[in-house]
Structures are given as structure tokens and as C-alpha cells.
Design a binder for this molecule. Structure first.
Ligand SMILES: NC(=O)c1ccc[n+]([C@@H]2O[C@H](COP(=O)([O-])OP(=O)(O)OC[C@H]3O[C@@H](n4cnc5c(N)ncnc54)[C@H](O)[C@@H]3O)[C@@H](O)[C@H]2O)c1
Length: 387
């Protein structure tokens, strides 16, 4: 049984992961090289826990116990008693290498070492370890205490025991765990690309404006937010960086090509909510245009984005990134999609999805619309993903 959990990096993700571990009864050692950051994170966590008391989710006694379980420390050497260390520092393979080398010299040989990286390969991070059997990816979503999904990513070096132990532990913390191959974007950040990319493409082709595209996805598709509202929420700089990194990591596969529109918005400083302006305005006195609530146009927009999403979900299964069940769980629990994409494909009819994708592919002649071979096979064999 793992009693003590280490977290390296007390930023956005690290403090959330520390909170989850402490709430689940573990002793937590939270290390950051910045004392200022440690203090700030502690203050933030105190506020979060007070709010939980106000909402009656925890008692005041529990709040004190949870806080008391976390040691905030600028000394990495204090991590020695940990059975699992989750690293959540800056996204740089060189800096992560330094941390993992240092950790290996401090912790016991049984300690599992995990990275919360969003875009680096687990194989590359683990390459510096003497015993790389104990490395794996444990990818939480932001905000970690609230988002139910965790992607578990064994690399080619990872021992089965490491994966099994981590899976069991994170499940015990009440999270929905999906298993995922060490491939770019893992499940969610790979499969979700067309939600943004195809929406931008539809806009660039002059088919509809931002408000109308968002209306179609939200009102007709049942998505919590339209793609442009969501990109403004995430930040255009951040979303563009993820798109660019997935594109590069896929050896410039044209399916993942970033959009000039998004690049220009990011370059202009139209970052979204945080800068007061993105695709929409967020300051007083500026009005956003109304959507054109045309059902035929809306369905065309929704279907085009949805079919590309379904095709991408099928590709993840085809390439062995994850099981069909885990792909659907990842998209419903990690990004709140109203339905699993594969289940959605089953419901629409895989033959219809194939027909529509084929029409797009024939018209544009671009790889992004090419129907996945597994989709063709399933239609030919009259199969569905789920009964
Ligand atoms: N922010 C997200 O939405 C999100 C979601 C999932 C995964 N991630 C991943 O989680 C990791 C952390 O992201 P974040 O958003 O929490 O970053 P952040 O910038 O909020 O926090 C990083 C923290 O690491 C500390 N740090 C940097 N170098 C260090 C070192 N050498 N030793 C000790 N501490 C060090 C910094 O002081 C900072 O407090 C990244 O790998 C990122 O890809 C982020």
C-alpha cells in the first residue's frame, strides 16, 4: 500500500493533485523550487478548503486534517519516504530529466515515478532513469480535484506492475481511469482536435461566423460550449500551442494542421477571456454578433465537425491508442462531451458517417476527411462499436 505521495511542482496542477491525495488520506510531500509559489499555493488551497466547508462537502475538522497532511517544501530531498511521486513542473523535457534523475537518487527502488505531462512522451522522460520500469504518465485534467478523468499512460519501458498499481490507486481516489498508449495528445487532446480545427476551417471557408458555429454545436449538438467560446476560455495561445505540438508530434500529419486564423488571433493578443477579447468580446460596451439560427446550416456545421470527431475516435481505436470503451469515457469525462463519440457513431449509423466523410473527402481531396480504414471495415462487416 502506498502511504506517502510526492508531488513536484506546486503550480496549477500540482496543488490540485496534492489536494486530491490528501483528501484521500495520504501523507503528501509537495515540493517546488520556489518558496513564493509554495506559499501562494498553500494560501489558495486554504481558500479552496474553506469553500468546501461552506458548501458542507467537508467538515471544518476534516479541513484541518487535510491541510495537516501536506508538507510544503522547497527541499527535494524531503521526498524520500514516497511510494509514488507525480511530477507537475514546467513542460520541458530537459528540466523534467533533471528532476527525475534527482528523484531516483532520493526515493526507494519501489517508488513509482509519474509525470503529468500533456505533450511530452513518457518514453523520452523515462529515458534518463536507471530503472525506467517504474515510469508512467498520470495525466490529470484542469482543475484536477473537479475533473473526473485521469489518463494512465504506460510507456514502452513501464512494467505491468507499475501500471496496475497506479491504476488501482487513482481509481481508489474516485477518478475515472482510462488506459492509453504513449502517443501524442494521449486520448483527449488527440481526439478533440477537430472540435477546434474543423470549426476554424468552416469559419475560414466563410460558411458561418463564430456565433453561428457555436450555436450549432451547443444548441443542436448538445455540447456544453461551442468551439470558439471554449477556445476563448482555454486561451487562444494555449490552444494554438497544443495544436501545434500535436501536429509536430504526428510528423506533420495534415489531419492536425493548425489554423492561420487561430495563429493570428493569438499573435494579435486576442487570447480570449483572459485578455478581454478573443473570438468574442468580454468587456463592457462591446456587443457580440447574434448567431444565424438556421437549422439546415446548423446541422451541416454540426455534422461536419461531429463526423470528423467520430473518425478521429475510430482512429484512436484502430491505432491501439485505447479501447473503444476508454475512448468514449475519456471524451465524456475529460471534456464533457454529451455522448461518447463511438456510441454517437453507432446511433447515427456508421454507414451514414462513412458516406458523409467520403463525400467530404471526394470534394476536398484532403487527408483530414479520409474515412478511417476501421470505419470502412466495420461498415463492410455490418458491425457496431457497442451492442
Ligand atoms: N495547466 C493545465 O491545464 C494542465 C493540464 C494537464 C497537464 N498539465 C501538465 O502539468 C504540468 C504542470 O503544468 P501547470 O499548468 O501546473 O504549470 P504551472 O506553471 O502552473 O506550475 C509549474 C510549477 O513547477 C515549478 N517548477 C518549475 N521548475 C521546477 C523545478 N525544476 N523544480 C521544482 N519545481 C519547479 C514552478 O515553480 C511552478 O510552480 C505540465 O507538464 C503540463 O503539461 C497541465
Amino acid at each position: 500500500m502506498i502511504e506517502t505521495i510526492g508531488v513536484v511542482g506546486a503550480g496549477t496542477m500540482g496543488i490540485g493533485i496534492a489536494q486530491i491525495a490528501a483528501q484521500n488520506g495520504h501523507q503528501v510531500i509537495l515540493h517546488d523550487h520556489s518558496e513564493e509559489q509554495l506559499q501562494m499555493s498553500k494560501l489558495n488551497l486554504e481558500k479552496v478548503l474553506l469553500r468546501l466547508v461552506e458548501k458542507k462537502r467537508i467538515t471544518d475538522k476534516e479541513r484541518i486534517v487535510i491541510l495537516g497532511r501536506i508538507l510544503f517544501t522547497p527541499k527535494i530531498s524531503e521526498l524520500w519516504p514516497c511510494g509514488l511521486v507525480i511530477e507537475a513542473i514546467i513542460e520541458s523535457v530537459e528540466i523534467k530529466h533533471k528532476i527525475f534523475k534527482a528523484l531516483e537518487a532520493i526515493v526507494s527502488e519501489h517508488c513509482i515515478l509519474a509525470s503529468n505531462t500533456s505533450s511530452l512522451s513518457i518514453a523520452s522522460i523515462g529515458a534518463v532513469l536507471k530503472n525506467s520500469n517504474r515510469i508512467l504518465g498520470i495525466h490529470f485534467f484542469n482543475p484536477a480535484p473537479l475533473m473526473p478523468l485521469v489518463e494512465i499512460i504506460p510507456s514502452i519501458q513501464t512494467a505491468k506492475k507499475t501500471t496496475d498499481t497506479a491504476k488501482k490507486l487513482i481509481k481508489k481516489w474516485g477518478k475515472t481511469v482510462v488506459l492509453c498508449k504513449d502517443t501524442p495528445g494521449f486520448i483527449v487532446n488527440r481526439v478533440a482536435r477537430p472540435f477546434y480545427g474543423e470549426a476554424l476551417r468552416i469559419y475560414e471557408e466563410g460558411i458561418a461566423d463564430f456565433a453561428t458555429i457555436d450555436w450549432a454545436l451547443k444548441e443542436l449538438g448538445g455540447f456544453k460550449m461551442g468551439p470558439f467560446t471554449l477556445m476563448d476560455y482555454i486561451g487562444n495561445d494555449v490552444n494554438f500551442a497544443v495544436t501545434e505540438s500535436v501536429f509536430k508530434a504526428f510528423f506533420y500529419d495534415p489531419r492536425f494542421k493548425p489554423s492561420f486564423t487561430q495563429k493570428r488571433y493569438a499573435e494579435a493578443g486576442y487570447l480570449g477571456r483572459k485578455s478581454g477579447r478573443g473570438y468574442f468580446h468580454y468587456t463592457e460596451g462591446n456587443r457580440n454578433s447574434e448567431p444565424l439560427k438556421d437549422k439546415a446550416l446548423g446541422s451541416l456545421i454540426l455534422n461536419r465537425i461531429l463526423y470528423l470527431l467520430i473518425n478521429e475516435a475510430i482512429d484512436a481505436v484502430f491505432m491501439g491508442v485505447a479501447s473503444a470503451t476508454d475512448v468514449d469515457l475519456a471524451m465524456t469525462k475529460g471534456v464533457n462531451y454529451p455522448k461518447g463519440l463511438l456510441k454517437w457513431g453507432d446511433e447515427i449509423g456508421l454507414d451514414l458517417v462513412l458516406k458523409q466523410l467520403q463525400e467530404l473527402f471526394d470534394f476536398y481531396g484532403e487527408d483530414r476527411y479520409r474515412p478511417n480504414p476501421l470505419l470502412r471495415k466495420m461498415v463492410a462487416e455490418n458491425k457496431r462499436f457497442f451492442i
